[in-house]
Design a protein around this ligand. Structure first.
Ligand SMILES: Nc1ncnc2c1ncn2[C@@H]1O[C@H](COP(=O)(O)OP(=O)(O)OP(=O)(O)O)[C@@H](O)[C@H]1O
Ligand SMILES: [Mg+2]
Length: 320
């Protein structure tokens, strides 16, 4: 099996090469029986999920279903209570975030997490793991450090252009529109040269035009860079456009998985979203409420109807 060396052991990417670098060997992600408990709440209940190499896999489910918790497990933010995560055949379970990132897993967050400074500053943070010069060499400006920094900066600029924020490279992120800040997050993740990209609600809060553009960008990223992508999203239109496979969580349990067209007509999925019998149109047939995504938590999902209030979900208790 192809063993990917830690990022700091990998050669610095050649910035003169054009950005798209197809990787026919995008590795497989396998999560087995992942369980996470918060006190009495079972946030993830023996969840299995496989992301096939080079595919876009969508993880969907109503609010509180456990999607972000699952991302936290994959990226090392949260250690699962039981279960295992393997990437490229190697065990990731319980490794700290920087070690997981070094294997080629990068993520974006549901709520934008950017530091102050320019787009370039943020993207250079994404290059941090790939930087070879140590702290001392950088602090004292030793020979080679400036050259390496230039190399990384040029690569960061290429990636910014690839995700259509090249013109904003030297602009402070505070001055950017919401949609462009989401793109900076995506670019920063790509700056880690990942082989698996975890995107937590990449179009939340965007308007229709921005969402469509972002969907195109994600599809282009996958095609051009040969990455695998796992995306959490509530926008079913986007999922139908870009996903090869969909896994549905509800109250921490996997209730369905398969191709998007199959999943959207699954009675269990419809029941989870509507809280009623499946004698209703498919999820995608339900009209999208015209609600800004920022207000989604209060007023229901964009693209999905709101669900009933969360049922008691005490460990060992009845879930339905
Ligand atoms: N740190 C925590 N402590 C206690 N409970 C938590 C914690 N993080 C998440 N939870 C709970 O775990 C469940 C799953 O939360 P999670 O954020 O993973 O859901 P989600 O599917 O991402 O929802 P959303 O669509 O709203 O983002 C929820 O009931 C949530 O309240
Ligand atoms: Mg979430």
């Amino acid at each position: 099996m192809n063993q990917n060396p830690p990022a700091h052991d990998r050669p610095t990417p050649d910035p003169s090469a054009c950005v798209p670098k197809p990787d026919a060997e995008a590795p497989r992600l396998v999560a087995r029986a992942v369980t996470v408990r918060f006190a009495g709440l079972v946030a993830l209940d023996r969840v299995d999920l496989t992301v096939a190499p080079g595919t876009v896999h969508a993880l969907i489910g109503p609010n509180g279903a456990g999607k972000s918790t699952f991302f936290n497990v994959l990226s090392g933010v949260r250690r699962p209570d039981s279960g295992a995560v393997l990437f490229d055949g190697r065990e990731l379970t319980g490794r700290p975030p920087h070690r997981i990132a070094a294997t080629g897993v990068a993520r974006t967050f549901q709520n934008i997490v950017l530091t102050r400074g320019t787009v370039a500053d943020n993207l250079m943070l994404g290059r941090h793991l790939l930087t070879r010069a140590g702290f001392t060499a950088t602090a004292f400006g030793l020979p080679g450090v400036a050259r390496e920094q230039r190399t990384h900066r040029e690569r960061a600029r290429e990636i910014a252009e690839f995700v259509d924020i090249g013109r904003l490279f030297d602009t402070p992120v505070d001055l950017l529109s919401y949609g462009d800040r989401k793109r900076v997050e995506l670019a920063r993740a790509l700056c880690m040269e990942p082989r698996l990209l975890l995107l937590d609600e990449p179009v939340a809060g965007m308007n229709t035009v921005e969402r469509r553009r972002m969907a195109e960008t994600i599809a282009e990223v996958r095609a051009a860079l040969g990455l695998s992508v796992l995306v959490v999203e509530h926008d079913m239109g986007l999922i139908m456009r870009i996903a090869d496979e969909v896994t549905v969580l509800d109250f921490g349990r996997r209730i369905a998985c398969g191709p998007p067209r199959q999943v959207q007509r699954d009675p269990e999925v419809i029941r989870a979203y509507l809280g009623s019998t499946p004698d209703v149109p498919s999820v995608a047939d339900v009209p999208t409420p015209v609600v800004p995504s920022d207000d989604r938590r209060a007023e229901g999902h964009r693209g999905f109807p709101p669900r009933p209030a969360r049922r008691p979900d005490v460990e060992g208790g009845e879930r339905r």
